[in-house]
Design a binder for this molecule. Sequence first.
Ligand code: PLP
Length: 390
Amino acid sequence: MSANNTNRIYLDNASTTRIDPRVLAEMMPYLTDDYGNASSLHYLGTSAKQSINKARKTISRCINAKAEEIVFTSSGTEANNLALKGIAFANREKGNHIIVSAIEHDCILNTCHWLETQGFFITYIPVDNTGFIDLDFLEKCINKKTILVSMMHANNEIGTINPIDKIGLLCKERNVYFHTDACQSFGKLPVDVVKENIDLLTINSHKIYGPKGAGALYIKDKTNIQALLHGGGQENNLRSSTENIPAIMGFAKAAELCFDDFDNEVIHLLNLRNKIIKRLSKDIEGIYFNGDLSQRLPNNINFCIKGLEGEGIRLLLLMDEDGVDLSAGSACSSNSGGNPSHVLQAIGLNQFEARGSVRISLGRFNTQEETDIFPDILINNIKKLKSIFS
Ligand SMILES: Cc1ncc(COP(=O)(O)O)c(C=O)c1O
């Protein structure tokens, strides 16, 4: 079944994005004529190999890495698994302690929970009420057995941006690997793995108007890491399996488009975001915003409304009926079993409040017109709910 979404207002770009037509055009030849396996020695094979290496160069330039430091994966989840498990198992002799923040994406936290069953100790660093960790506390948590610190660049729910340069420096001084999950920030915030002392960095394609099925892990030269997939030795022996060339080529094109027009894209997002925040602040009584209002992703808004605690899903469904796609703090994932978000609870919201939160995440294809119409629809639905519940 394919959804008819031509007239919908899509405000869930942190979840995934519409593919850019220029990305699709880049991918098409690899789905049709250029179908070679990059491990084959004939013409189609070597051509595929050259294409992947071109994509590797493009991605590496976006983060100031070397091409050979990029390992393509199938997703951000896979790259995060490779980073954490790969470092954990390769460095077991050195230590078995890993530090992460309490508001990491589930694919980091659940990997950590699994690593705990394998004899690793994990410290989950708490955050303050806007989502920041305390750097002094982080420093105190690093001990002789610590092998890795993993802290996301920007949070997927509340948009808070971590000071990764400071965390990177601290890890370098303490001789501990530093990994950052940059799935939400890639293409929206500048990243420089050299300047920021990053040893491992995760990115993915479907958050930047690229196809699903492609991600990458930057692994600094000489990092001691083990593969999770064993087989034909692709990706420098770190990720065996035949490369998904159409997706990789689309990913690289998507990254190139983001970085070619970086400033304008960010300005577009900031304009739309600030306009919405202004309008909602003016016209919705009892609204409060979650996360930090300055150190946050340019496309993220997360809010709750006093008097409508617990009603995030109901609001989401009303908006859905009216053709607007949003995300609720209790339903960031339909796999969460309806549990309220761990991120919102970590910043001090109780379960009830967390169930009332709504996330708006803007993207390249959102227009000024949509940001004029959307608040009217939201305000109307909030009035409906308030008339029932207050
Ligand atoms: C911060 C963060 N990390 C990791 C992921 C997982 O990425 P993927 O969907 O490519 O597995 C996401 C996607 O929601 C994310 O927002």
